[in-house]
Design a protein around this ligand. Sequence first.
Ligand SMILES: [Zn+2]
Ligand SMILES: [Zn+2]
Length: 417
Amino acid sequence: MEFTSLKGFKDILPEESARWQEIETKARHLLSAFGYQEIRTPVLENTALFSRGIGQETDIVSKEMYSFEDVKGRGLTMRPEATASVVRAYVQHRLYQNYPIQKLYAIGPMFRHERPQKGRFRQFHQIDVEFFGDPGPISDAEMISLAMHFFEAIGLRELTLHINSLGCPDCQPEFKDHLKVYLADRASDLCPDCQIRAQINPLRVFDCKVETCKSIVQNAPTIPAFLCGNCRDHFDSLKAHLDGLNISFEMNDLLVRGLDYYNRTTFEIQTEHLGAQNAVAGGGRYDGLVKTLGGPDHPAIGFAVGVERVVALLEASESLEPRRPELFIAALGSKVRLLTFQWTTALRKQGIWVELDYGGKGLKSQMKKAGRLGARNVLIVGDDEVAAKKAILRNMETREQMDIDFETLISTLKEML
Ligand SMILES: [Zn+2]
Ligand SMILES: [Zn+2]
């Protein structure tokens, strides 16, 4: 019986993994320059962490989580996103104790039980970036510029940055009251989900994908008109800092996060690549979450990048050249095979990709194998070469050949390859 992977779960095959490595390597490099350190949290957590940390009435928590009971009847969940886990770890290990500013990132798989469709998976991957301990707005601008630099570094272009401010506990309630009244007047035209949202958490109506809800939202009161003086100053300063870095942005009044602990800066980076509007990263300030999850009242801001989407966009725009061995060693005769095996190992220790023939075939067959692997060079060693103590190095692209003395072989190859 042959097995296949679960629906919505995908193997990342060798031909794709090079792209993943490239994205992750560039992300780690850039994050490190911005002072971020990696945190690795478990994929399994208490279900309550996510219902508190993401919100009981969100689609993620109510419909999409992989939740189950373990043998002792404890409610567990495969993490559907990273922020709640990172905040849990920040609080549990008192990461703020020694240094009040903590910049953390996590890269890994997330799990959501969504209907599988093109480009969406039940196990998907995120690069998650969180900044604790500063209320902004400089940290907000720094984070947004980090996200933009990342996409620039990996070669993703035609990006649009959308920003909005969600206000604070001083000014958000008044806006919500106005929004509730506006939505209540139009309740009969809202979808059933939004009729409930309109009462519990009206901001979430902004995220609805149903057409009638979308058009109702278009004329709804928006947050900017209600911002208090402090929030307006914060937002203006963020914009000034983005201008200072020559990062262009669009103000998007409809960009929201529907949970109480989200406040002030919210942003999304979209690409118009391939025609469709797609968010490649989204984030924002969540000053209330650390406290909600049992920690001190520390401000925080974060964002996440969907790796699958980035991979798909890059794949469509340029193909990666497959990796090729620098050297194939074609050894002829059992006597030389131990010697060339030693050379192979010595060169690999220097970080050079060397391949060899494992079976003891003839020269023609070994050359064919070297060609199939795309080896850039072949080192030929037979009885004549052993007698002369010189191996033949052939450049497979130029077809040029040269002799290399056995004695200095490793150092010569190390320099050349
Ligand atoms: Zn405010
Ligand atoms: Zn709706």
